[in-house]
Design a protein around this ligand. Sequence first.
Ligand code: FES
Length: 164
Amino acid sequence: MPELEGMFGPEVEEETPTRRDFFTQIGVGACAVAAVASGIVTLDYLEPKVLFEPPTTYVAGSPLDFAPGVVVPNQEKKAFVIGGANGIYALSAVCTHLGCITRYKSDESAIACPCHGSRFDLEGNVTHGPAPRPLPWLDVSQDANGNLVVDTGIVIAHGKVFRP
Ligand code: FES
């Protein structure tokens, strides 16, 4: 049989794993899991945390839609676009008392707050408290298509109307 030993190499006896081998493998496995978990946490930490807020601008329509006396509320954007005698303007719908969203009362040509009863005229002036200040006027511009664009993030001077 010495000829066969040369062909298949020396006979190797299989070793049975010892208790030490078993605990070594457990330890290596635990370290691998900890390394992967810490890598995931590190990658998550390095990823930029950016808050994407909705845009403050919205298209309010054609200036031709805003004849004097026309009031168009936008509940989602919390604003009114109003056709005034001298031009178009936008008001914030956020009450200056505690921040409730005001509503347009067409039968009274007024803006009213449902929370504590404040009232405003169509230029945003307080006609009945407890609101301490007028409703802010918002920036109005025109886009390339000629539509009105209201920016609820830009407060402008009271009385500054937009003329297309
Ligand atoms: S929040 Fe409008 S009156 Fe109080």
